[in-house]
Write a protein that binds this ligand. Sequence first.
Ligand SMILES: Cc1cc2nc3c(=O)[nH]c(=O)nc-3n(C[C@H](O)[C@H](O)[C@H](O)COP(=O)(O)OP(=O)(O)OC[C@H]3O[C@@H](n4cnc5c(N)ncnc54)[C@H](O)[C@@H]3O)c2cc1C
Length: 785
Amino acid sequence: MQGTMLWILAAALIGLALLTGLPDWRRRLLMRPLFRTFKRVLPPLSQTEREALEAGTVGWDGELFSGRPDWNALHRYPVSELSEHEQAFLDGPVEALCRQLDDWRITHEDADLAPEVWDFIKQQGLFGMIIPRRYGGLEFSAQAHSRVVMKIASRSLTAAVTVMVPNSLGPAKLLLHYGTAEQKDHYLPRLARGEEVPCFALTGPEAGSDAASLPDTGVVCFGELNGERVLGIRLNWDKRYITLGPVATLLGLAFHLYDPDGHLGSEPDLGITLALIPTDTPGVEIGRRHYPLNSAFQNGPNRGHDVFIPIDQVIGGRDGLGQGWRMLMECLADGRSISLPALATGAGKLCSRATGAYAAVRKQFRLPIGRFEGVAEALARIGGNTYLMDAARGFTCSALDNGEQPAVVSAIVKYHLTERMRETVNHAMDIQGGSGICLGPRNLLGRVYQAVPISITVEGANILTRSMIIFGQGALRSHPYVLRELEAVQDPDAEAGLLAFDRALTAHLRWGLGNAVRCLWYGLTGARLQRLGFRPRGEPVVAYRQLTRLSTAFALSADLAMFTLGGSLKRRERLSARLGDVLSNLYLGSAALKQFHAQGCPEADRPLVEWAWRECAHRAQEALLALCDNLPNRWLGRLLKLWLFPLGRSYAPPSDALCDQVVALLLRPGEARDRLTAGLFLPEAPDATLNRLETALTLSVQAEPVLRRIRAAMQAGRVDSGDPEQRLEAALAAGVITAADADRVRAAVAARHEVIAVDAFDPADLGHNPDRIRTPIPTTQAEAG
Ligand SMILES: Cc1cc2nc3c(=O)[nH]c(=O)nc-3n(C[C@H](O)[C@H](O)[C@H](O)COP(=O)(O)OP(=O)(O)OC[C@H]3O[C@@H](n4cnc5c(N)ncnc54)[C@H](O)[C@@H]3O)c2cc1C
């Protein structure tokens, strides 16, 4: 049965191949009817959809969509490095900032950054990382910007978000791209010096994910300003969740602009517009705070009642009227590619370093818990995910530094890095047990765990990003032909449209046929006979071959899904999400290969890169299989599954043996661990938890050979068992160890006690309500205390 289906499909493909070679017949028999059908079924694009689609550039995502990624091109992509000035900034002011941050005090006691920290952030220009030097900003590369956020995030998420927001999508970015000369000259130096605290308000109670439906209005009218009657805009808005809003002095506002009286001589409905509102403007109500999951960054609602502004406060002045959505879409990619991916990677690095050390030092059943297979399973995912996150972060920043505005990729890294952070932090919390749960100054991960859903929700909520954006946008932007076909179909000149459609679709069909043939060939040969296109110097060759195979399978599946489902694919979010997962995992896997190659294929990192590409290949395969199983056309689904995987499933998740190699890197100090966690803030203060963990790990490694000798002596009957101190004394007396050895073990034990300790509070120190009724302390306990 399956063999017959394969033959039918092969015959259909050959028929199509013959037809595409005969232009007249092709146009008459195939293209004209298809053109008419497409015209009828394809919904016209709305203005906001068109603007979203046209925004940004296509980079490596286009190669993956081609089904034939050029790995040489991947290796040629320049990797952006930090300049001396940027590195000095990280080692100087950022390090100094991190030393000042006391996250427990920030989140529990002050619910804010300390005033001197706010001042430091502003004075050092951290609000102006994206502002050019000529305006007094730092003018950092995307790589440097990302490294700054990542380092701060590894110390305090509150501080990282505070620094992130002014450098992401907001007043500075919008002014740089669309501001008038006067607006730039006035605001950018003030923003760079921290004299203005910006925020950007798009979301409101009725417009969350569907931000374009915002009900906030601006009406063009005459009003009074400084005693003069001027033409301006009367605004009414109701926003919420606005980061830095409660302390902002400059509010970037998105609203829908109307000109019912025709003052501007144009359409009455001008569309979404962006303006800058000083928060002391009469009618602005600002200052109240939300409390997002115990994170203390400033976030809150704001409202405006009949706020009157002159037109020159619109970003871009008159040219900016009604251009707001386009501006937002065009500027979204950088911020989304940098901020949350950096924050997620920072959290991953922290988990790798801290939880790896903890699992090496914490003992149960007389063994470090990291040696138990159950813990190792979770630990391997922490290390592997961190490698993937860091690779995708760095690769994407390099693309930005090379002038790309990667729209689809920015959605991929936003979604997948925050999801992998969620998984990583969950595993780390499980391994840390009670020490992760009991909050207090010693706890490193509790606040990170609490804050994870924030990064999942902001900058495009994750469910929506996965199910609508990644493939939805990728199918049009990154696909080599679909956008051309769509534009041809929408051409008002039907004959010109038909010709363009014929050209694009013919090329598309030929390309699709090629993919179909190669896909089956790769499936039957396991992609082993493929030429790589570059001379390997230690790279995992099999990974390149298998990712090529999966890219071809993806291109074919995406085409079949689009051809058979057309516009309805947009509503079938689960299918779109699975296709997005394939593309995303190919992107992450490629980023891992790129990182390994760019770092000179260090042998110590091989387990990490192997884990990374195998994990991505497995996930991509599972997403393809789930797609086949759920295509509405059942026979097509079965046929596609057989075509993609003629010999059955091809990719297993990383094996236990490989996971053990990854875990081994995390349980001991070493170059791979240092590279994996590079860029993390490593505190030097002896009472800092991460420093305690580092010290305990080093001391436990030093004590290991001594303990081995004692164990051997016990087995030989030379040393009696007893409590640890008695054993030490006995081993010393028996000449098994020296006094220095005994001190080494004692130091390691003391250090372990330090890292397994958790905070306990006087009940009076918890809770802020002085009138609350306290639970009486039981008499015996009170007496004992
Ligand atoms: C801490 C915090 C800080 C923020 N900072 C800012 C800021 O500075 N400026 C600003 O303007 N906004 C800000 N936001 C708003 C943020 O961007 C929105 O919360 C986000 O857009 C989601 O909107 P919502 O919370 O109303 O969720 P909803 O839109 O109600 O969505 C709820 C769920 O439904 C899903 N969903 C909705 N539609 C679809 C669909 N078609 N397909 C699949 N799933 C869908 C979403 O993915 C989500 O999981 C912030 C939010 C928070 C919580």
